[in-house]
Ligand binder design. Structure first.
Ligand SMILES: [Zn+2]
Length: 336
């Protein structure tokens, strides 16, 4: 069965949530995903058989979980890293986000944060809608300053770098009630002060193309999706580059959709069409990838019978949103 199953979700997906006391079953329409909270145990009863795994068996560890309905949680990651978002969505950005919505895949956009000062209600709504649509907004600088000799996070003092991070986080929280957890420097240009400035901001944990520093979670960027800034690779070139990084746990597709032509959109769409078929990978945002790496060794799945699975999240630290292609009934245990 194809594991990257988001596209197969039906809009009529329907399941029931039953409280522990069994008194008040709630019918929820059009829910495509559920969020597994830390400390909880969930029992899912599917309407059709999903695998041939033996029943009455507990599965743990990445290799075993890959065979269970939780496979996306432990799959390798594909991170879409779209750079240079501003408060006012251009036509290209709207087109890119529409593409993400059609594929229903988690994605991320690097926000140039000072652009959301004096945010109009329409722009605020657009950004909020993005956050609802599986998009992670990450900190791509306060002003995105770049020159030949200096950059916003290269050649500036610790205090200046810290200030730009702090202003950005505070403004985004004030305007969107949203805490950013991920940072990626403009031009990916950094210096020795950058790590210290990031470590001084507790909210920021994930560093795209950062230095390996204790206390920060760095994610490499691979030059897979674009051949140069704003130029999407054709399918052959894309696939060759993607395979080159086949041993990596995560592949980050850095893109600049605001610079794309029609041809770039067409080429990137062709690449997406191949990626959604890959069983071993799942799309995730940078922070999602971090939470999965942190928790994936602490989740167990018990196949109770041919249709019933018990998912144990009692040893995890983060919520995890999971998509299922198939209809199921959810019995959530340990509800407050
Ligand atoms: Zn940029």
């Amino acid at each position: 069965m194809k594991r990257q199953n988001h596209l197969m979700l039906t809009l009529s997906c329907l399941f029931f949530v039953q409280c522990e006391d069994g008194m008040r079953p709630n019918t929820l329409d059009e829910i495509h995903s559920i969020t597994m909270e830390p400390g909880q145990i969930y029992t899912l009863i599917f309407t059709q058989i999903l695998d041939t795994l033996p029943s009455q068996t507990t599965y743990a560890g990445r290799e075993e979980l890959l065979k269970t309905p939780l496979h996306d949680l432990v799959a390798k990651g594909i991170i879409i890293k779209a750079d240079d978002l501003k408060a006012q969505f251009t036509e290209n950005w709207q087109r890119f986000f529409m593409l993400m919505d059609i594929y229903q895949i988690p994605h991320s956009a690097g926000l140039i944060c000072q652009t959301i000062r004096n945010l109009s209600p329409a722009n605020r709504q657009n950004l909020s809608d993005r956050l609802e649509a599986q998009c992670e907004l990450w900190l791509h600088g306060w002003d995105h300053f770049l020159s030949d000799s200096r950059a916003e996070f290269q050649g500036a003092s610790f205090q200046e770098q810290y200030q730009h991070l702090r202003w950005s986080l505070d403004l985004v929280y004030r305007e969107l009630s949203y805490t950013m957890h991920t940072f990626g420097a403009p031009g990916n240009r950094i210096d020795d002060h950058t790590a210290a400035a990031l470590l001084a901001i507790p909210e920021l944990i994930v560093w795209l193309w950062g230095k390996p520093v204790p206390g920060l979670f760095t994610i490499p960027i691979t030059a897979v999706a674009e051949s140069s800034t704003g130029v999407a690779r054709d399918l052959d070139s894309f696939q060759a580059r993607f395979q080159r990084y086949g041993s990596e746990d995560v592949i980050t597709l850095q893109i600049h959709p605001n610079l794309w032509s029609d041809d770039d959109f067409t080429r990137f769409t062709a690449a997406l069409d191949t990626l959604i078929l890959l069983d071993a990978y799942a799309f995730m945002t940078p922070y999602q990838y971090y939470t999965r790496v942190m928790d994936r060794d602490f989740i167990t799945v018990t196949k109770v019978d041919s249709l019933t699975y018990q998912l144990d999240f009692t040893r995890t630290n983060f919520p995890h949103t999971i998509f299922f292609a198939d209809r199921f009934t959810l019995w959530s245990e340990n509800l407050p």
